[in-house]
Design a binder for this molecule. Structure first.
Ligand code: NOJ
Length: 573
């Protein structure tokens, strides 16, 4: 039983004590760069590595510890680079390996670590190994690199099982054999252009160990591992009528999904951890593993496996204070039991940005559904206000945090994207029923007065920037003391100064109600008000508020406005 410190503000429930274990990542703020939408230096309308190098000083100024780069490898870009055709080269769209090395040198100069994305579940159908598999006969060594099966039905015309693709439709595609006859089917949990590797085959393990070493030798600080829970499939590929993303649904608990969370995965990550350890203690693995229920996450981050895992339950808890409290407590308790830090996240390139999600009073659109001009529209101002509060609440928590490019600017999703410009495969595979993830991938605004708001000075950005992006440009916000960007800078600077990432967590019960949540981290008290009315603040010295203007309107600053978070210094004793 942990013992809570005494404070005059009332009873505390302690769930996590301060963390002094070695490891930079345990409290790191890691900024996700989505290369095609970050900065376009060569003017082709798509971001590039040179653009990242040029703007890294801005990220250092934001005071993040590391960047995570979404894929920039050779790829036909059918799933924005998560369809890799060569894992050890840079796609010409983004530059060259020399550009990568230049970017790494600049990052090192700025003391920023760089994590890259590893996509081991599937590759592109243009990858040499898949092309060789297509050309080789059924049962060959080449086909064994992937998951080929005969179809069902008298003529093999039915897919081998009922699995569905994340992006809609069957997870199987039938090939035409080299002799022109309709042939076997191959598995793709995502788009048909993304065949799944066969992780029952040692050759696949060998290939990825080579890829890990290739990037470790180039100095990366580690890997974010794409769909890390999917690599191994249950023997016999049994039928599954549950959700394609492995979440739980009626009668189909996520932990029973035959394509996720199989026990053999853990040996893969143990082997990878050993490889990383050869490069010293500072290289990390972070699992993109949407495992359900949350305590199972702990299986992934034991000391001999991943260092971190994304916390999707936190992202999905939104502003529901009861759920948030449950997820935070469960995360810290489950991860503490295996000595791992938690991570926290609110946005990424797969979900509607949180400034837009929080613009809805009711439920926001489901991941991957996106928002279009005919949908119920979010309240932009409320969304941005609540997003600031939510970010400030998250960044006070102990553990690591992931930020998604543009959230520091308070960017909303792009909503007015013509169908002809939508590129997420979800849109085409569902016949437009689900709009997909393009809305959160719109290129960033850098300089308000420049062409394309400074994203690039040549062709139009690959997705249109919404009206209003210009005012949110980084340079415009730099000059406004109370801007979203300057709030993020203050939050991150203070988080570092107070060492909150290494801190403790105790719930301050009197401020944990159905409309507010409050925790103490060390001597910093974080209170968020998600209700409609102002709240009386607990005693303490105000350090930072998410809506600075609110201080003037609410009782001389002794109240916390609706949709506001505050950090207070609360002396113990
Ligand atoms: C998760 C990635 O974040 C997403 O963007 C991608 O489409 C799928 N994995 C498939 O690689």
């Amino acid at each position: 039983m942990l013992e809570a410190p005494a404070v005059s503000a009332g009873p505390l429930t302690l769930v996590h004590t301060a963390d002094d274990a070695p490891g930079w990542w345990r409290s790191a703020v890691i900024y996700q760069v989505y290369p095609r939408s970050f900065r376009d230096l060569n003017g082709d309308g798509v971001g590039d590595l040179a653009g990242i190098t040029a703007e890294l000083p801005q990220l250092a100024r934001l005071d993040v510890d590391a960047v995570w780069l979404s894929p920039f490898y050779r790829s036909p870009q059918k799933d924005a680079g998560y369809d890799v055709s060569d894992y050890c080269d840079v796609d010409p769209l983004f530059g060259t390996l020399a550009d990568f090395d230049t970017m790494m040198a600049e990052a090192a100069r700025l003391s920023l670590r760089v994590i890259v994305d590893l996509v081991p579940n599937h590759c592109s159908d243009q990858h040499a190994a898949f092309q060789q598999a297509l050309a080789a006969p059924a049962g060959s060594r080449e086909r064994e690199m992937f998951i080929f099966r005969e179809g069902r039905g008298a003529f093999g015309e039915e897919p081998p099982n009922n699995w569905q693709s994340h992006f809609g439709g069957s997870a199987w595609t039938r090939i035409t054999e080299p002799d022109g006859a309709p042939g076997q089917w191959y598995l793709h949990l995502f788009d048909a252009s993304q065949p799944d590797f066969n992780w029952d085959n040692q050759a696949v393990h060998d290939e990825f160990e080579r890829v890990l070493r290739f990037w470790l030798d180039r100095g990366v600080a580690g890997f974010r591992v794409d769909v890390a829970h999917a690599l191994v499939k249950a023997p016999g590929l049994p039928e599954w009528g549950g959700r394609a993303d492995g979440g739980s649904s009626d009668g189909y608990p996520g932990h029973e999904a035959p394509m996720f969370g199989q026990p053999a995965l853990h040996d893969i990550y143990r082997a990878w951890r050993r490889i990383l350890a050869e490069y010293g203690p500072d290289r990390i693995l972070c699992a993109e593993a949407n495992v359900d229920p949350l305590p199972r996450l702990a299986d992934w981050v034991r000391p001999d496996q991943m260092h971190q895992a994304f916390n999707f339950p936190y992202l999905h808890a939104g502003l529901d204070v009861r759920r948030l409290r449950g997820v935070i407590t469960d995360s810290l308790v489950a991860l503490d039991a295996v000595g791992a830090p938690s991570t926290w996240v609110l946005s990424n390139h797969d979900v509607v940005r949180h400034a837009t999600r929080f613009g809805y009073d009711g439920p926001a659109p489901r991941d991957g559904d996106g928002i279009g001009i005919f949908d119920h529209q979010p309240d932009v101002v409320a969304g941005r206000t609540r997003a600031a509060a939510a970010s400030m609440f998250m960044l006070g928590l102990p553990g690591g945090a992931y930020l998604y490019q543009g959230e520091e600017l308070g960017l909303p999703d792009g909503i007015d994207i013509p169908d002809s410009q939508r590129q997420d495969p979800t849109f085409a595979r569902t016949g437009g029923e689900r709009l997909g993830r393009d809305g959160c991938r719109v290129p960033l605004p850098w300089r308000a007065a420049e062409l394309h708001a400074g994203f690039g000075s040549g062709q139009a950005p690959w997705l249109p920037q919404p009206e209003g992006f210009r005012e949110l440009a980084r340079d415009a916000q730099t000059d406004q003391p109370s801007s979203h960007l300057n709030l993020y800078r203050r939050i991150l600077a203070m988080r570092r100064e107070l060492d909150l990432g290494r801190g403790s967590l105790a719930w301050l019960e009197s401020w944990c109600t159905d409309r507010s949540l409050a925790y103490l981290n060390g001597t910093t008290l974080v209170v968020m008000n998600v209700g409609r009315d102002p709240l009386e603040l607990p005693p303490g010295l105000v350090l930072l508020r998410s809506s600075p203007a609110a201080a003037e309107t609410h009782d001389g600053g002794h109240q916390l406005g609706s949709g506001e978070t505050v950090w207070l210094n609360l002396p113990l004793g």
